[in-house]
Design a protein around this ligand. Structure first.
Ligand code: RM4
Ligand code: MN
Ligand code: MN
Length: 432
């Protein structure tokens, strides 16, 4: 493959020189402020440095709505170009060395070649994702009326086989988990027999489970509606939990933040799954109305913080079976996807570090004394602390950019890619 433009270390450090003055000043000030509360800022820098979130391959292409997709310049045209963009994100923010692939969108001709391509860019592969919500050219049976839960056994078998293929590809890539999200459901009352559909789901997903290598996990992703508008087979965390429990110790429940009814207390769902030892991890995004797939932290940053508050509480208490996989799952319709993904990764690190700022002894005391106001104040104190200097210093120390968006814009990456990647007609990148 011809050499393509990449952002190099020298450029990043040149850019950082421009930002250095304010970062050092703000960092020192914050260090002194935290010290007054007995917090060593270096502990928080270490937390920020350790934070990881996987980037979705489908997130680097421009997304769309059911009305239209407005492609951006220089969009990646294949999985290799998607990985180039993921490498650019990783170069600047440093917290995103893993990529989550979607098959067949990203089906490689040769998985070992793809793995090596990723490795030379410091990338590796997170969870695999199957797709039985679309028909592919040449496919024998249609998923119009379902996949893993379709009444026709032949359709179910085809869908199981596809999932097994994803695991096979993932084995070569070095992935250790597989996410199953199905669109199965009904638009009309009576269309689906609820109980029978769930029985069929369990039967199908058990076959996928049996194909998992010993050190793999399967993530069951629920979603309460869409594309089905009346009923969905795996509609909520309760159903997901039931299935994960029925399947066995390698099955866990994945929480996509956009897959809940409006106003649901998601942090409490997260806490329940942690308590039951069944939290797989997340598809982070944000939403106002439905599965909007907006950028993480853009609409409800306090909710994001409260979710991380539960996660950090579990981490500090070393709860069993707590090993959440963090992934982004977003659709970027009006922004440069690389910028959105960088900003989202930063927002997650922010919530994570802020959650580590919570005075847990004070919170417990307030809870024991039924002091509701002080409990909230304790959380708010952490949430309103500006940890930006901690995040910037962590990025810089890891070789990334103090200001990733500014550095990305200054690099001219998008313009260079627009030249390297002339638009192709009819290419389907991103979620449409
Ligand atoms: C779904 C769900 C899945 C994602 C697809 C593209 O709504 O969030 O995780 O793979 O969209
Ligand atoms: Mn998702
Ligand atoms: Mn979704």
């Amino acid at each position: 493959m011809a050499t393509h433009f990449q952002i190099d270390d020298e450029f990043v450090s040149e850019q950082n020189q421009k930002e250095k003055a304010w970062v050092d000043e703000d960092f020192e000030h914050l260090a002194r402020k935290l010290q007054r509360d007995g917090i060593n800022i270096e502990d928080l820098v270490a937390r920020a440095l350790a934070f990881r979130v996987a980037v979705p391959s489908w997130g680097v292409g421009t997304g769309g709505t059911r009305f239209a997709r407005f492609p951006g310049p220089g969009e990646p045209r294949d999985v290799y170009e998607k990985l180039e963009d993921c490498a650019a994100i990783f170069k600047l923010v440093r917290s995103t060395p893993a990529v989550s692939l979607h098959i067949p969108w990203d089906r490689p001709d040769n998985a070992a070649t793809l793995r090596d391509f990723a490795r030379t860019r410091g990338l590796h592969f997170d969870a695999m994702n199957s797709n039985t919500f679309q028909d592919q050219p040449g496919q024998k049976f249609s998923y119009k009326f379902g996949s893993l839960t379709h009444p026709d056994r032949a359709v179910r078998e085809q869908a199981v086989e596809h999932n097994v293929e994803c695991i096979e590809i993932g084995k070569v890539l070095g992935s250790k988990s597989h996410t199953v999200w199905i669109a199965d459901g009904g638009n009309f009352p009576g269309q689906i027999h609820f109980r029978r559909a769930l029985e069929r789901y369990l039967e199908s997903v058990r076959e996928i489970y049996n194909a998992l290598p010993d050190d793999w996990r399967v993530f069951l992703e629920h979603k309460f509606y869409e594309p089905a508008f009346y009923s969905t087979v795996i509609n909520d965390w309760g159903t997901s939990y039931y299935c994960a429990t029925a399947l066995g110790p390698k099955a866990f429940c994945l929480v996509d933040l956009g897959h809940h009814a409006p106003n649901v207390n998601i942090e409490m769902i997260v806490s329940r799954l942690i308590q039951f030892g069944k939290l797989a991890g997340f598809h982070f995004n944000d939403s106002k109305y439905g599965d909007d797939d907006l950028d993480a932290g853009s609409i409800k940053p306090f909710q994001l913080f409260l979710i991380f508050n539960e996660l950090v509480d579990a981490e500090l208490n070393k709860l069993p079976n707590f090993n959440p996989a963090y992934m982004l799952d977003q659709s970027h319709n009006v922004t440069d996807p690389i910028e959105s993904l960088m900003m989202s990764a930063v927002e997650l690190a922010r919530a994570y570090v802020q959650a580590h700022l919570v005075d847990r002894a004070a919170l417990s005391e307030a809870q024991e004394k039924c002091d509701a106001l002080m409990a909230l104040a304790t959380l708010k104190r952490a949430f309103t602390t500006d940890v930006a200097p901690i995040l910037a210093v962590a990025r810089e120390r890891a070789g990334g950019a103090i200001d990733p968006i500014a550095a990305y814009r200054a690099s001219g990456y998008r313009k260079r890619k627009a030249e390297e990647r002339p638009a192709q007609v009819g290419i389907a990148t991103g979620i449409v």
